[in-house]
Design a protein around this ligand. Structure first.
Ligand code: ATP
Ligand code: MG
Length: 584
């Protein structure tokens, strides 16, 4: 006995069934046939399944064919380069016109059955892929996140009110793509690559998927070139190399953003392209950042990917990946890129909101199980490429905000374990006037040491220990008043070292200035200078040395170090200046 399955969109009448059965029996009088009827989502028409043979006369099949041909349009459009998000509505509109021409005025793809808080549930969407871009209604976009047996859960990328119950949803066969390339320099764009600075539309001749796999191990090489932040304390003690991922972590209002922005300012004239990704930041603070960057002429080599606190969670979630895609394009062209993710705590919160709305199981602190993965796959995209691959690099400075200094919370520990070190900023230090408020004991750089400028590495090797020693003694000295001379000396020296490492906002230092300041600090030239005058002394010293001994600056630039003779001349000059300064 053979079983024949007949699928139709609506129940067939007895009459229709009898006619169909008679027809099929007549075609094959020998076999005994049994018929089973099913209602299926095939829009219209009929499908007959006879063992392995399927006779598909459904409208759904017709539409699939139609969709395939328009997919080809999508993939090969514009010299085979793919298309940007902005171009998709036009394409889909033509696809719709095509369908109307064919009189297929049926439900084509899916239908929204629930829409709330930026998350929609769609019924009847066939052939949908994970992460695929969906067109909702006529102009809304959504990202397919949950594929279930009968439903698809998607997050809305456009304004929440673009989706309504009953809206049609179409698959596009595309992953979200954004425009990339030099066109983006100096621009502020949203996570979909649309301009937010009131400037011209971005042409988007080159585009790239926001999600792409990290470079393979073979394609990478080790971090060996310094990325100067221009912040003395960081370059001396927590050096960062090109291609490294260094976390900036600290409570709110401890100067995290300022540290990252100063690093961007310091890349001026150094052939490093910068990207600042704002995730859920206040619009006013991003406005301030843009003004700062413009004032220092840093917008020429910087792109800002903006998602503010009032943007939907899906857009905030997408922002870092968009930034990474823009950076990767330059990295693959062999350029050096610096990318700041400000901040990943808000990114995790946005992802938690999405996951809860999609009804995914919640884990620790209500974050979903894959919250580690969203950050690891993002940060793994930062790399230094092998020379055969162009030798470009992408250095990532993710930022994490802690609560009450708790770096052992879930998200901070996750990101600490992914990155190559962290710069820990402390509220207490910040409020006591030590700015940048770097806690030297808890900050590390796991790979940057190999990339540090040799002379700075040599001269600052004892600095970290010195500061740790000072902090320890400073705590003890609060208890008793009778301190030995040796202790007093260490305390005095420590206080001056801390003072020398203080640095105002928006004043990144050149490597030469760092070397001179470190030299004076480490070699004990601050002994005769009162603490309150340390900064003035170092500033004067730098001006004096750079005018009287410009050849030293050249040596440091070319060779990264000074030889014995040069060092001896530096010593004489510093002593002379200290004497002169003391006399004033
Ligand atoms: P949030 O948690 O709000 O993002 P944040 O940790 O990013 O804060 P910033 O916004 O960078 O901190 O800085 C906080 C304040 O401290 C700002 O007003 C900034 O001007 C000031 N500030 C930061 N760094 C320094 C510095 N080195 N010297 C003086 N002031 C600073
Ligand atoms: Mg900040």
């Amino acid at each position: 006995m053979r079983e024949i399955i007949v699928k139709s969109a609506i129940a067939l009448t007895e009459e229709q069934k009898a006619k169909l059965e008679a027809g099929l029996r007549a075609a094959d009088p020998q076999s005994e046939l049994r018929f089973r009827y099913q209602i299926d989502r095939i829009v219209g028409g009929i499908v007959v399944v006879d063992g392995e043979d399927v006779y598909d006369a459904s409208i759904a099949a017709e539409l699939r064919k139609l969709k395939k041909s328009s997919d080809r349009l999508v993939h090969h459009g514009k010299d085979g380069k793919g298309i940007a998000v902005q171009d998709i509505p036009a394409l889909l509109k033509s696809k719709l016109d095509e369908m109307i021409d064919h009189k297929h005025d049926y439900e084509v793809c899916g239908k929204v059955i629930a829409a709330a808080d930026g998350v929609i549930r769609i019924e009847g969407l066939q052939d949908c892929r994970y992460g695929e871009l969906l067109l909702v209604g006529t102009h809304g976009f959504a990202l397919a996140m949950n594929l279930e047996e009968t439903e698809v859960g998607a997050i809305l990328l456009s304004e929440i009110d673009t989706a309504e119950y009953g809206d049609f949803v179409y698959t596009t066969g595309k992953i979200v793509e954004v425009p990339v390339g030099d066109e983006l320099l100096g621009r502020v764009v949203n996570p979909l690559g649309q301009p937010m600075d009131g400037g011209d539309a971005i042409k988007g001749e080159t585009t790239r998927c926001v999600e792409s796999p990290a470079p393979a191990i073979i394609d990478r090489q080790k971090v060996s070139e310094p990325l100067q932040t221009g912040i003395l304390a960081v370059d001396a003690m927590i050096p960062i190399g090109k291609g490294q991922r260094e976390l900036i972590i600290g409570d709110r209002q401890t100067g995290k953003t300022s540290l990252a922005i100063d690093t961007i300012l310091n890349q001026k004239g150094k052939d490093v392209l910068c990207i600042y990704v704002a995730v859920g930041q206040r619009a006013s603070s991003v406005g301030k950042i843009v003004r700062t960057l413009k004032a220092h002429g840093a917008m020429d080599y910087t792109t800002i990917v903006l998602s503010t606190a009032d943007d939907s969670a899906p857009l905030q979630y997408l922002a870092p990946y968009t930034g990474a895609a823009i950076g990767e394009h330059w990295m693959e062209e062999g350029k050096d890129v610096l990318i700041v993710y400000d901040d990943l705590s808000k990114h995790a919160v946005a992802y938690r909101a999405i996951s809860l709305l999609l009804k995914r199981p919640a884990g620790r602190e209500a974050y979903p199980g894959d919250v580690f993965y969203i950050h690891s796959r993002l940060l793994e995209r930062a790399a230094r490429m092998a020379d055969e691959k162009g030798g470009g690099s992408m250095t990532a400075l993710p930022i994490i905000e802690t609560l009450a200094g708790d770096i052992s919370a879930y998200i901070p520990t996750n990101v600490i374990s992914i990155t190559d070190g962290q710069i820990y900023l402390e509220s207490e230090l910040f409020h006591s006037g030590v700015r940048p408020a770097i806690n030297v004991g808890l900050s590390v750089s796991r790979v940057g040491g190999q990339a540090q400028i040799p002379y700075i590495r040599k001269i600052s090797s004892a600095l970290r220990l010195k500061i740790a020693h000072y902090r320890e003694l400073a705590v003890f000295s609060q208890f008793g008043s009778s301190l030995g001379d040796a202790t007093k000396e260490i305390l005095d020296d420590g206080a001056k070292t801390v003072e020398a490492l203080k640095q105002g906002e928006g004043q990144p230092m050149s490597a030469f200035r760092e070397a001179v300041s470190l030299y004076a600090t480490v070699k004990g030239h601050l002994k005769s200078i009162p603490v309150s005058k340390v900064n003035a002394f170092l500033e004067g010293l730098y001006r004096y040395i750079s005018t009287t001994m410009p050849e030293l600056q050249r040596s440091l630039k070319d060779r990264g170090t000074f030889d014995h003779r040069e060092e001896a001349r530096l010593e004489t000059a510093v002593s002379a200046f200290a004497k002169q300064f003391g006399a004033q």
